[in-house]
Design a binder for this molecule. Structure first.
Ligand SMILES: Cc1ncc(COP(=O)(O)O)c(C=O)c1O
Length: 423
């Protein structure tokens, strides 16, 4: 940690709470303070001291092409010449909307917002507004952004009871969110039976990837679809991470399950701030100005972000996903081998779960739900993170975050990773 970075972090803490604009960047619980990043290119980032790192955080997911992709940059530069916000109708967002709807057969209309949180917030309001019901079912271990209705954790009493997981979320809001364990279809049915006319929405990450990587069975996801149909609730797939990552059509495409609403974020803007909610036309048209569910945004569908998103998404061909998966498997294999070999097996109790171009490092057996995540995850990760950082390998600075592989993690990066791990 150089004096320059220490000085920057101290100064940041003076002007910004905790020195960061999003808590997971703070390196809380780690031995070291955050690196200040100056630039990125391909699979690498450089800090303000000029040290480079192979990046597996990739801005927490949006950069599926890698940092500073030349074609995206060119498109953004062209857009900059024309202007970057009009607050009026423009054809840039239309092009992206058409491109997406043509490729996402389960959806008929889309509205662009500025973040994943905003997308989920809109979906929740839409579900409540259309159904006239209040309650939301969510699963422990799924993250849906920092909106009040979903910043909720399991309560200590009955299955399904909930408490706010942040100060500032009123108990009156928490009580309308029912929390269940991932995989617990029986519990989900009981929650519906307790409140047969009150549940507006089941919100689920179909591939939970924000609190570890906890792949679910197709039976569970199909069971949610059935319960939503039986009790007249909407089924929301939060594909903010899995969308365009686990194949173009995300988990809806992979499983063939048709959700009523899908939320996107991250890759959809190619690294610029975009989120989106999509559904069938009859649902989407309940949003203002046609319907009476209000939603708006000064910078929504910002032309620069639309162009960045479209240029990124155009490159995500079926072949691109084959390459991503292959490279990820090779990277995971290298890490696993290194866990065994490094300092006589210092990390040999670590393992990796992988889905597409996501992977997550965990001790012991791969958990399937949040309550199975081992309690010693934090300390184990702390050691690993620091060793890797010193070798020029940058993981997301939190034990629960997954790692992201991009198309820029090519053969040359694999070779370099090998050298850095064993070097
Ligand atoms: C599954 C999921 N939903 C929603 C969000 C919130 O998105 P944002 O951070 O863009 O508000 C995230 C963020 O990581 C996420 O992983």
């Amino acid at each position: 940690m150089s004096d320059k970075q220490t000085m920057l972090f101290e100064k940041s803490k003076k002007f910004v709470p905790g020195g960061v604009h999003s808590p997971v960047r703070s390196f809380k619980g780690l031995h070291t303070t955050p690196r200040f990043i100056e630039k990125g290119k391909g699979a690498k980032i450089w800090d303000v001291d000029g040290l480079d790192y192979i990046d597996f955080c990739m801005s927490f997911g949006p950069l599926i092409l890698g940092h500073g992709d030349d074609k995206v940059k060119e498109a953004l530069n062209q857009q900059l010449e024309k202007g970057w916000t009009f607050g009026a109708c423009e054809a840039y967002s239309l092009e992206l909307a058409e491109f997406l709807i043509e490729r996402l057969p389960h959806m008929e209309q889309i509205r662009f917002v500025n973040s994943g949180t905003e997308a989920v917030m809109t979906a929740v309001r839409l579900a409540r507004g259309v159904s006239g019901k209040r309650k939301i079912i969510k699963f422990d271990g799924c993250y849906h952004g920092h909106l009040d209705a979903l910043l909720i954790k399991a309560g200590s009493g009955l299955a399904g009871t909930a408490e706010a997981s942040s100060n500032g979320v009123p108990a009156s809001i928490a009580e309308d969110t029912l929390i269940l364990e991932l995989g617990d279809l029986e519990g989900c049915r009981k929650a519906f039976e307790r409140f047969p006319n009150d549940v507006a929405l089941i919100a689920v990450e179909p591939l939970p990837a924000n609190n570890g990587l906890l792949p679910q069975s197709i039976e569970f996801l199909k069971g949610l679809r059935k319960l939503a149909d039986e009790f007249g609730a909407f089924l929301l797939f939060d594909e903010v991470i899995s969308g365009f990552r686990i194949g173009f059509g995300g988990m809806a495409e992979r499983t063939g399950i048709v959700p009523d609403m899908v939320c996107y974020g991250k890759i959809i803007g190619g690294g610029l701030p975009v989120g989106a909610v999509a559904a069938k036309k009859e649902v989407m048209e309940k949003l203002a100005p046609l319907g009476d569910v209000y939603q708006a945004g000064t910078l929504s569908a910002n032309p620069l972000a639309m162009v960045g998103g479209l240029e990124t998404l155009k490159r995500l061909t079926p072949d691109a996903y084959v390459v991503l998966e292959k490279q990820t498997k090779s990277i995971v294999a290298l890490f696993k081998q290194w866990f065994e070999e490094f300092e006589g097996g210092r990390f040999k109790d670590l393992d990796i779960v992988q889905e597409g171009s996501l992977f997550w490092i965990h001790p012991g057996v791969a958990p399937k739900k949040a309550s199975e995540i081992p309690e010693d995850l934090g300390p184990k990760f702390k050691d690993l993170f620091e060793v890797l950082l010193n070798k020029g390998i940058y993981l997301a600075p939190n034990a629960y975050e997954v790692s992201f592989v991009s198309l820029a993690h090519d053969e040359a990066i694999l070779e370099e990773l090998k050298k850095r791990l064993w070097g």
